[in-house]
Design a binder for this molecule. Structure first.
Ligand code: KG4
Ligand code: ZN
Length: 354
């Protein structure tokens, strides 16, 4: 009887995972219970440091991660009102990302795993982004088609379990967020580009300029965004690139029209490719995550499409605060790997690709 009670109590104890994320320019830590209950989420953003370069500088990112990581982890433990004894495992993003950035989080996670004698769990950052989209849904209907759109990646997945999403397609050149960032630089809008393009586009006409929509053939689930970026560049500098940069002499309205037309073309491609993936795998659910998923136009377009779809499909979009990089998604996926006993050891390495 006593043994039965103890085992019941043990079953009911929640599983607390400390997640650590340093794959790009956010130093983040979070404590999540049972993959869904967010006990804390701390993010130290480096946006200010990279702003003047118009993109993330790996060496600067690495140094800032080193400066911030201890404080961020400590704060996440304090916010969660937890101590090391309550933590069941440490999950860390070890791929893909900037190696010099990933290594900071991985080293911190290995150190804690060794010092606290807790299992270590390796997390694929992109698979973690997927997790942000299903945080609030206990049992999504599967299969799901998942679009992950971030600064470094643009991927479509066939999602049947948190552990083994199958890659259906990805970008062959620029990532969607990268295209937003580069076009913002061309238009001399503030960094990061995605939110500034979105804001500027609010006053623009999305039909003003017909920028190219690269679909890469009728069946392709891959993406290509370098053409549209170049089209914006030519539009602003002239075909031979010898023309005067017209941006300085453009009216606010003209810039808003370019931003709105660019954004419309990007969203058109993302939505159409997602629809292809949905049809290909017979998806019952559609997942959207990653930094670009914070874009209201993209969210609305997908909502319009799937709210009225026949047969009905459930659209699950990551909450805005968990679209961009965070450690909640890492800890949440860590829970599923913990349950599956998929542990790493202290030889864990980082990988730029994923
Ligand atoms: O997922 P994330 O935080 O980092 C990576 O893993 O790359 O994504 C950052 C990217 C940046 O390129 C940023 O410009 C883009 O997400 N982004 C947006 C918006 N908010 C962030 N793109 C379009 N519209 C937005 N509202
Ligand atoms: Zn990311």
């Amino acid at each position: 009887m006593v043994i039965r009670l103890i085992s019941l109590l043990m079953q009911e104890k929640s599983i607390n995972i400390l997640g650590i994320e340093t794959s790009c320019d956010e130093t983040a830590a979070a404590v999540v219970a049972d993959g869904r209950v967010i006990k804390s989420s701390v993010i130290a953003s480096q946006t200010k440091l990279h702003e003047k370069y118009g993109g993330v500088v790996p060496e600067i990112a690495c140094r800032a991660h080193i400066e911030n990581i201890y404080q961020v982890i400590t704060e996440s433990m304090e916010q969660a009102k937890t101590n090391k004894d309550d933590i069941d495992a440490i999950a860390v993003a070890n791929q893909p990302g900037l190696t010099v950035a990933l290594i900071v989080g991985v080293t911190a996670a290995k150190t804690l795993s060794f010092a606290w004698d807790k299992p270590l769990i390796a997390i694929n950052h992109l698979h973690a982004h997927l997790q942000s989209a299903i945080l609030a849904e206990e049992k999504p209907k599967l299969p799901a088609a998942a679009l992950i759109v971030s600064g470094g990646h643009t991927c479509l997945y066939d999602y049947r379990s948190p552990l083994e999403p199958k890659l259906l397609g990805s970008t062959i050149d620029d990532a969607a967020g990268e295209a937003f960032d580069k076009v913002a630089t061309i238009l001399k809008l503030p960094y990061p580009g995605g939110p500034s393009i979105e804001k500027t586009a609010e006053k623009g006409n999305p039909d003003a300029i017909k920028f190219p929509r690269s679909m890469l053939g009728p069946d392709s689930l891959d993406f290509s965004f370098s053409g549209i970026k170049t089209a914006v560049l030519y539009y602003c500098h002239g075909q031979d690139m010898k023309g005067k940069n017209k941006v300085d002499s453009m009216s606010e309205q003209e810039i808003a029209d370019i931003a709105a037309s660019f954004q419309a073309a990007m969203i058109d491609v993302l939505v159409k490719k997602t629809e292809r993936a949905v049809k290909r795998i017979g998806a019952k659910t559609v997942l959207l995550g990653g930094g670009v998923a914070a874009n209201n136009q993209l969210r609305t377009k997908l909502q319009q499409l799937y709210n009225s779809a026949e047969p009905a499909k459930k659209l699950l979009i990551a909450p805005k605060q968990y679209c961009t990089d965070n450690a909640v998604m890492v800890a949440s996926l860590g829970y599923h790997k913990f349950r599956a006993k998929l542990f790493a050891d202290l030889t864990l390495e980082v990988k730029a690709t994923g």
